[in-house]
Design a protein around this ligand. Structure first.
Ligand SMILES: [Cu+2]
Ligand SMILES: [Zn+2]
Length: 181
């Protein structure tokens, strides 16, 4: 009887190991962190600017792709702002530029910049702008995570120098950045 019991336990063992191994690889995958995030931009009061932005983790950093319409021709400041709150009619509820490292305002390739500084988008005569940039500073997890922050499109060009805003004027569109699940 004892022998049978032992044999039975032995027969079960490899099976348990298999389940353990599977559970481990599953938890590792979910801990594999955010790969993608999306933001839908809606116009602020009195404006007609809308669009979408995607953030995808790539080897070098995070690839940002934006398609925006309803703009006036030319350059418009394009930033990640500190609060994921677009509720105010002028989007002032979104706060200032996302700046977890307490730096000065700058341009995307600068070492000294806000994490949220994405420079400008450029609209053509039909009011459409397409933006693509692989950013080295912003992240989809950890201290520089942009999940739950907002994106703001501005009325005017970001001069990339004026502190702390780039002097790009009013906020014409706002959206909250959400993790893709
Ligand atoms: Cu801004
Ligand atoms: Zn800034």
């Amino acid at each position: 009887m004892k022998t049978i019991k032992i044999l039975f336990i032995l027969a079960l063992l490899p099976c348990n190991y298999k389940i353990m191994a599977q559970t481990n690889s599953m938890s590792m995958a979910s801990e594999g962190k955010t790969q993608k995030a999306t933001c839908v931009l809606s116009p602020t009061q009195g404006n007609n600017v809308s669009g979408s932005v995607t953030f995808t983790k790539v080897k070098e950093g995070v690839k940002v792709v934006a398609d925006i319409q309803g703009l006036s021709k030319g350059k418009h400041g394009f930033h990640i702002h500190d609060k994921g709150d677009c509720s105010a009619p002028d989007a002032s509820s979104a706060g200032g530029h996302f700046n977890p490292e307490s730096m000065n305002h700058g341009a995307p390739p600068d070492m000294m910049r806000h994490v949220g500084d994405l420079g400008n988008i450029t609209a053509d005569a039909s009011g459409k702008a397409h933006y693509e940039y692989v950013d080295l500073m912003l992240a989809l997890d950890g201290k520089n995570s942009i999940i739950g922050k907002s994106i703001i499109v501005h009325e005017m060009e970001d001069d990339l120098v004026t502190q702390p805003t780039g002097n790009s004027g009013k906020r014409v569109a706002c959206g909250v950045i959400q993790e893709n699940k």
